[in-house]
Design a binder for this molecule. Sequence first.
Ligand code: ADP
Length: 484
Amino acid sequence: MRRLKILMLAAEAAPLIKVGGLADVAGALPVALRKMGLDVRVMLPDNGLRVPAAYKARRLAGGVLAWDGRAERVTLRCLNVSGGLCYLVGGRPIARDGKVYGANMAGDLRKFVFFALAALRAAESLQFQPDVVHVHDAHPGAALYFLGTAGRVQRFWKFTAGVLTIHNLAYQFNDGAAALEAGGLAQCVDARIPVHARAGLLALGIAAADVVNTVSPSYAREIRRVEQGAGLQMLVRARGARVCGILNGLDGAVWNPATDAVLAAKFDVRRLARRRVNRDALRAELQLPAAAGPLFALVARLDWQKGLDLVLAVAPLLRVLGAQLVVLGSGSPEIAKQLRQLARAHPRAVAVRVGFDEALARRIYAGADVVLVPSRYEPCGLTQLIGMRYGAIPLVRATGGLADTVVDVNVDAVRGTGFVFSKYSAAALAAAVRRACKLFAERQAWQALQVRAMQADFSWKLPVQAYADLYARAVRIRRNGAAR
Ligand code: ADP
């Protein structure tokens, strides 16, 4: 069979550019797909980031794009990343300020619409004619809109299928009319899209893609309903069986406590006792005293999505239970302020670090006893998966991918890998925290739980096959010219 060519577009991809879980997936999925024999090229916006010499960056011709009625040059840097080709696509509308997402929505809309169209132009310049353009989230959504409209009658793009992966339906990038017009795209009149989102990058992507997936089966169901549909539930429903869920994997080479260079002590299931060294080192680093109870941790973007209001409400209970809490996050200044106040009020029980710190995050996963993920909603969630791999037991709310990945040990003592609560309330979280503290005191049961969690298989093995099948399906649909 011919080798399938995939052009993957994303705003971030590890290890180059990372803000959240999107980067983990856009970094790991191409690696896993290449192992299956697919030719995957990744394109990211070039915000001027400095590229380490190891990636062997070289400049290529990116071509010219019609933008604001003028010819705009597309710049292209080609890198070797994780055994494959990755391109940084730039041009004047993409500020070289090192920022992945700017503070200003109008600027971001222009930047991302330009990126999406410039990436397609760059592919033409490279003579890389993909079978599939795979778009991650709203940001490059204009590429799918182009494929579904003008691209249908262009020889180069006629048979290229469009696939959209929704990592978070709440970030829609609506009000892109001016940016879409700058890129020469016609106004959308698709009646399936609610009027307020007709110039929305995510909505246009959902409507135009040949197939759409979200990052867990539960989230794929949830976004059909009003609570999690974020105003697009009718559009999602209109796409019917073209929308499915594929659980994210975790790159076991990137996240491996046996080889992780930043840990005080490397460990695995056979050397679990060494984990304690990491916890002691973490407490010392965070200036927390020794404690009898478990060390809870939360690593997240500081956004109300992540259930931080519940954590703030439950923190005093942790102290009563002899437990401690560490939070690492960046994002909302308001949430950061409240967390810092909490740490000041309980310096022996709560440590807060504001900022993005990959190494500290790894030391937290390796040293904490419990990873908290009490999210309002969670499309997939990676911190519970990383926690499991590092022997930090997940305590999660039963929503989206959290419900699909964690089995409550009090419900199923044999298969259980963590603690799960349902209702979004401080009382429900507090009850789960109490259960965790109780089991933590039973050394043997806790260790057995850690071993099960560490051995749970969340590798890319199954998901990558599902993506390969999804691509094949999208190609069939595009070739057959089926209606969207
Ligand atoms: P989301 O994609 O909503 O941000 P996920 O749980 O899917 O949440 O992924 C979060 C990823 O970002 C994980 O790899 C986590 O370790 C990382 N992360 C989040 N905040 C920070 C931070 N402040 N410092 C370092 N890593 C972080």
